[in-house]
Design a protein around this ligand. Structure first.
Ligand code: ADP
Length: 373
């Protein structure tokens, strides 16, 4: 059977899944390398959510050597399948990409130009494509974009209230987590057909966090903007903040642009507020009042922004939670729903995130014919 490898490369991890290129996209293998740059560990599983094998990787493991390890492991465990294509999760597709695309030199140049818009993710996403091209020349590689699901937004949702001189430079809203939301829209179509036409607010609450207002399975509005820093507070990102405060911090604290970027992306959010951890589970288990404060802030902002998404939709029929916090932290879910109890009754659902299967589906629907010819 022909197989598609999906790769989701982050700053210190590579998550991979292998799917058979058939209509039901059978799951063949999956796993991840975590703590790259630290004590890298390789894990692989043969069921979609199990954990079968763990290997400690040598110190000094880089993204490229980790990817090489993954590829070697896969190719030495081939069992009735051949590796025929790879699909990468790419955080930013800019104005150009509204659907998955075959990655060639021209696409890579364009995607490279978007790195300043997603400094935490884009460079790692692109490095994995280059590394895989070196390790497996001629393997067709495709990009699936976290911005693509939001590309139908109307002019109102795209704009910032800035003068034309700034907007002419491409300063506009995009929105992210689109692969997660596209997967939710797919699951609603399959499992809750009545809701797939309805007014749905999807909440992707993980280390990164955002909301998406959906109608008829399409994105109408979202909380993230030009970059993935906007909207909800996150593990280490600040979420919406008075732009004046960032000007003030540069002046008052003498922060360079790089230092400000580091502060807003990596030292803020739950981590910054609590001074303890970026991890919601650690904070939920802590008796430190700073942990409680950070979580209360997160819950309040989620509640406030969900109400704003409901306003965009003119009401809410269902709230769908996904992501590590959304799927596993029933306490946070309950507090958010409680905060929204002033709204007319709506359905509450949890849909497990599965960006990888969503990517495989996108690739199969768009390129399936050429890949299985
Ligand atoms: P990412 O955005 O990096 O993919 P995840 O979606 O894995 O992150 O979400 C990470 C967050 O989810 C962390 O705050 C973590 O505490 C929380 N989380 C993950 N699993 C659980 C669990 N079983 N119980 C409670 N919280 C969890």
């Amino acid at each position: 059977m022909r197989a598609l490898l999906t790769l989701n490369t982050g700053s210190s991890s590579i998550k991979f899944r292998l799917f058979g290129l058939g209509a039901d996209l059978p799951f063949l293998l999956g796993g991840k390398v975590t703590d790259i740059g630290g004590n890298a560990v390789f894990q692989v599983h043969e069921e979609e959510h199990s954990r079968d094998e763990t290997h400690i990787l040598p110190t000094g493991t880089t993204h490229e050597s980790a990817l090489s390890y993954v590829l070697d492991w896969l190719l030495s465990h081939q069992d009735g399948w051949t590796l025929d294509a790879a699909a990468h999760r790419i955080v930013h597709g800019g104005e150009r990409y509204r659907a998955p695309v075959r990655l060639d030199a021209e696409a890579m140049r364009y995607l490279q130009s978007l790195c300043p818009l997603a400094p935490l993710h884009q460079p790692h996403n692109l490095a994995a494509i280059d590394a895989l091209a070196k390790l497996h020349t001629n393997l067709p590689q495709y990009g699936c974009f976290d911005t693509a699901f939001h590309t139908g937004h109307d002019a109102l949702r795209i704009a910032y209230a800035l003068p034309e001189s700034a907007r002419a430079h491409g300063v506009r809203r995009y929105g992210f987590h689109g692969l997660s939301y596209a997967w939710i829209a797919h699951c609603l179509r399959c499992d809750y057909p009545a809701l797939s036409q309805a007014r749905v607010v999807a909440a992707h609450l993980g280390n990164g966090a955002s909301l998406c207002a959906m109608r008829d399975g399409k994105s109408i509005d979202t909380t993230m903007g030009m970059t993935a820093l906007d909207g909800l507070p996150m593990g280490t990102r600040c979420g919406s903040i008075d732009a004046g405060a960032t000007i003030y911090m540069q002046r008052k604290m003498g922060l360079t642009v790089d230092a400000l970027e580091q502060l807003l992306y990596n030292e803020s959010g739950l981590k910054g507020l609590s001074g303890i951890s970026n991890d919601a589970r650690t904070l939920s288990e802590s008796s430190d009042p700073r942990a409680r404060f950070a979580l209360d802030y997160f819950v309040w902002k989620c509640t406030q922004h969900i109400a704003a998404m409901a306003a965009t939709l003119g009401g809410i029929d269902a709230l769908v939670f996904t992501g590590g916090i959304g799927e596993n932290n029933a306490g946070i879910r309950a507090q958010i729903t409680q905060g929204l109890s002033f709204l007319p009754i709506f359905e509450n659902l949890v849909v497990p995130a599965n960006e990888e299967r969503g990517m495989a589906l996108e690739i199969y629907e768009t390129f399936g014919k050429e890949l299985t010819r």
